[in-house]
Ligand binder design. Structure first.
Ligand code: AHR
Length: 497
């Protein structure tokens, strides 16, 4: 068993859009209430935001956060969440069948995102509402003043516009569970007309149209094709959503699931470009993979939750080591598609299928998946290079020719740094690797970080970080040739400068 790689600074895929390291906060479970917001907590700031959580988000260096949903946005009245808090209505939140207190709304979330160093990716309700609510919200957030909605914002204490640049036209409108579910034709028409009106309010915004809520949807990829045919000229991105799980406890097959993501991305690119050809358009639609993660551990527990409570512990997956490995491979897949995938959102960020967990009135802590996400976000900025990789392959239940080693490499010209991300999926054995780095003259090895554990099912808790990065000190760089040993089932970050 051996893997070899050639990395050359002239084999470039594209400049990475940092927004691929985005995430997502939905009004769902304990993401907002008890997650980012908990007035009365010893770590709460003057607005009730937990400073310990903000610090963890900053460690992840999250460039953009999608908000407020998710399924929740499809029955959301944004007006409920602005203005004096004591006048805000309590509502039945229909998507997750909870009580929404509206203590946090648009302005508070924009404040929180600023504190966390992130931009906001705002979603509008195209389920129960439409053009009017969307254009009013945009006028409220982005228009400087002198009109009804912009002056209302100013009267709420926000003199300057928020200038939110990225907007989602609804959420998962192809899904029968979605409130206000639409056929592709119905959605394409309302997406186009909403996009048109929104760009009249603020022509500088970028718009994301809903694609399919997973590649298994029976309407995929026709939903994308019809939507884009109807809305091509006014939208900039198409969204992709996909969650993964290891329900049959077959790690070899599970760790190969980034191949399904790769196939999904390629199919959506092909669909976008078919419509481009059909319309004789010069414009290229980009991809926003704005919901992705592992999600399955909490499915049974969620069935026990009583409806109509405030912030119940919904979708609280506890991630294990193998989940972290798959998350690493999914991030590698985005880097391999840096030319077309320009945004992505790990779903979600706090408590709800999340890298960051909190205890009510207690501690905050890092799940296993925190680490590959942090490494990619912190070190994966620059140009995505195309590694020439030769690695043995295996077959699993659903996949053939699965490379044992996944790889992506990022060249940061300004900082004169190179980072190589690698996952070794071999369940029994380490993997020697030789990397030809001769085009990076005079670069030195900074460090080889790895995430390893003998137990694929090892989990982190508030008390114990069983899975956390460590250093692999056996790697060497001599005359432009790097030799390393990738540990059995490991996530690796090799940094050069
Ligand atoms: O992220 C959890 C849910 O998954 C979102 O609300 C929805 O868009 C998707 O189905």
């Amino acid at each position: 068993l051996k893997t070899t790689m050639i990395l050359d600074k002239s084999y470039q895929i594209a400049k990475i859009d940092e927004r691929i390291y985005g995430s997502f906060i939905e009004h769902l479970g304990r993401a907002v209430y008890g997650g980012i917001y908990e007035p009365g907590h010893p770590e709460a700031d003057e607005q009730g935001f937990r400073k310990d959580v903000i610090e963890l988000v900053k460690e992840l260096n999250v460039p953009i956060v999608r908000y407020p949903g998710g399924n929740m946005v499809s029955a959301y009245n944004w007006e409920d969440g602005v203005g004096p808090k004591d006048e805000r209505p309590r509502r039945l939140e229909l998507a997750w069948r909870t009580i929404e207190t509206n203590e946090v709304g648009t302005n508070e979330f924009v404040d929180w995102a600023k504190k966390a160093g992130s931009e906001v990716m705002m979603a509008v309700n195209l389920g129960t509402r439409g053009i009017d609510a969307a254009r009013n919200l945009l006028e409220y957030t982005n228009h400087p003043g002198g009109t009804y909605w912009s002056d209302l914002r100013r009267s709420h204490g926000y003199e300057e516009p928020h200038n939110i640049k990225t907007w989602c036209l609804g959420n998962e409108m192809d899904g029968p569970w979605q409130i206000g579910h639409k056929t592709a034709y119905e959605y394409g028409r309302i997406a186009n007309e909403t996009a048109k009106a929104m760009k009249l309010v603020d022509p500088t915004i970028e718009l994301v149209a809903c694609g399919s809520s997973s590649s298994e949807m029976p309407t995929f990829p026709e939903y994308e094709a019809t939507t884009l045919d109807l809305a091509y000229d006014h939208v900039d991105y198409i969204s992709l959503h996909q969650y993964y799980g290891n329900r049959s406890n077959d790690p070899a097959n599970y760790l190969a699931k980034n191949l399904a993501m790769d196939h999904f991305i390629k199919s959506v690119i092909a669909t976008c470009d078919y419509i481009k050809a059909k319309r004789r358009s010069k414009k290229t639609i980009k991809l926003s993979f704005d919901e992705w993660n592992v999600w399955y551990h909490s499915n049974d527990a969620d069935k026990q939750i009583e409806p109509w409570t405030i912030a119940p512990p919904q979708l609280e997956d506890h991630y294990n080591f193998e989940d972290a490995l798959l998350v690493g491979s999914l991030l590698i897949t985005f880097l391999q598609h840096a030319d077309r995938v320009k945004m992505a959102a790990m779903a979600q960020l706090v408590n709800v299928i999340a890298p960051i967990m909190t205890e009510n009135e207690g501690r905050s802590w890092k799940q296993t998946i925190f680490y590959p996400y942090m490494h990619a976000s912190v070190y994966g900025r620059g140009i995505s290079l195309k590694p020439i990789l030769s690695t043995p392959k295996y077959d699993s239940r659903d996949f053939t020719d699965v490379p044992y080693v996944d790889s992506a490499a990022v060249y940061n010209e300004e900082k004169e740094e190179v980072t190589i991300f690698l996952v070794n999926k071999h369940l029994e054995s380490g993997m020697p690797i030789d990397i030809d780095l001769r085009s990076f003259e005079d670069y030195q090895l900074v460090e080889h970080i790895e995430l390893v554990n003998d137990d694929l099912k090892a989990v982190n808790t508030a008390d114990h970080q069983a899975v956390q990065p460590q250093h692999n000190t056996n790697s060497k760089l001599d005359n432009g040739m790097l030799t390393a040993q990738l540990s059995k089932t490991s996530w690796n970050v090799i940094r050069l400068k």
